[in-house]
Design a protein around this ligand. Structure first.
Ligand SMILES: [Zn+2]
Ligand SMILES: [Zn+2]
Length: 351
């Protein structure tokens, strides 16, 4: 019996396939988790296909993990066997730099350890992610998950949820604010739900007229078709904050001009090619800011999970079997998913 089984890409141009590998036994500070669900993030596809460079093969992707604790080390105090837990994009960080000291492990100055394709300090080589039956993670990087929510729908909160929650919180989105969300995909649909739950008036911008109804169902007060110049113009100087989730190059000025005085647009989508540079005067004229944000720290991720439990928020998902992962990647490239694929790990069997 192998210690762990999963699905891995063996090379950038190969489909993911069945893979057996080693997981460490829990050290005194570790939690061992049997994985129930793992979300499928666009970063998984980028890394499995080495589109960002630096992927070490074989690569087991997956950083939206929910499961049950099966073993804990002697010094573990927050978790016990049987607890429902989550793991997101990070499994370790240096713990002593300015960013780590402030609880922003995602900005660790020495580089956080990714849940997959990160440096494995225990076994050597790289870390293997959540497209697998189990994982061993340091207690301080394990999140507590409420059992009151649909657990498959919780999995995407660990990346898509925190990636959108953190900037909404950082820029103080609250009741009375007008907040724009650009793009209705895995990130955008979470941004709409979260901003609405924070009390903001939410304006969704989409290129697809077919998404208007869905946008409103998810919590948007207004849906603007971004190709329609008249509709766009009506929001000039109106928005306090914009969360832009689009990962394709586009004209940022079209959105920056919708910000009111001191407004900020935060980018969370990473396009393969650069956006055209925004016009400086458009920023100066209303003291506007253009910013970026990366996932969230561990304490903030816990805060996000607790916020979602309190407000009954999960991701809208389509459940797939482990064998369907390659087809899911092709559909994800066509944005043919509402709004996140989640792998049911009960379908992963030893071969
Ligand atoms: Zn992700
Ligand atoms: Zn650090």
């Amino acid at each position: 019996m192998p210690q762990a089984i999963g699905y891995a890409a063996q090379a950038a141009d190969k489909d993911l396939e069945y893979f057996e590998f080693e997981r460490r036994d829990p050290t005194a500070e570790d939690v061992e988790i049997e994985i129930a669900y793992c979300g499928v993030c666009h970063s998984d596809l980028h890394q499995a296909r080495n589109e960002w460079g630096g992927t070490v093969f074989p690569c087991v992707p997956g950083h939206e993990i929910v499961g049950k604790v099966t073993r804990v080390g002697d010094k573990v105090s927050k978790f016990k066997v049987g607890d429902t837990v989550g793991v997101g994009c990070m499994v370790d960080a240096c713990g002593h730099c300015h960013s780590c000291d402030e609880g922003h492990e995602q900005y660790c100055e020495n580089g956080f350890v990714g849940t997959y394709n990160g440096e494995d300090k225990h076994l050597g080589g790289v870390t293997f992610g959540g497209y697998s039956n189990r994982i061993t993670v340091k207690e301080s990087f394990v999140l507590s998950v409420s059992e009151g929510l649909d657990l498959a729908g919780v999995a995407p909160l660990l990346c898509a949820g925190i990636t959108t929650y953190s900037p909404l919180r950082h820029w103080g989105v609250t009741k009375g604010h007008k907040v724009g969300v650009v793009g209705l995909g895995g990130l955008g649909h979470m941004a709409v739900k979260l901003a609405a739950a924070m009390g903001a008036e939410v304006v969704l911008f989409t290129t697809s007229p077919g998404k208007v109804e869905d946008g409103k169902r998810l919590g948007a007060d207004h849906v603007v078709i971004s190709k329609d110049e008249e509709q766009m113009k009506a929001w000039t100087n109106q928005l306090d904050f914009i969360l832009n989730t689009v990962a394709a190059p586009h004209d940022l000025d079209a959105y920056l001009s919708l910000l009111r005085l001191n407004g900020t647009m935060c980018l969370v989508g990473v396009p393969a090619e650069h956006h055209p540079s925004p016009a400086v005067f458009n920023l100066i004229a209303k003291r506007r800011s253009l910013a970026g944000s990366l996932i969230g720290g561990i304490a903030e991720t816990q805060e996000m999970l607790d916020f979602c439990a309190e407000h009954g928020i999960t991701s809208d998902i389509e459940m797939i079997a482990m064998d369907d992962i390659n087809e899911a990647y092709e559909r994800m490239l066509k944005s043919d998913v509402k709004y996140r694929f989640v792998i049911d790990m009960a379908t992963l069997k030893q071969k």
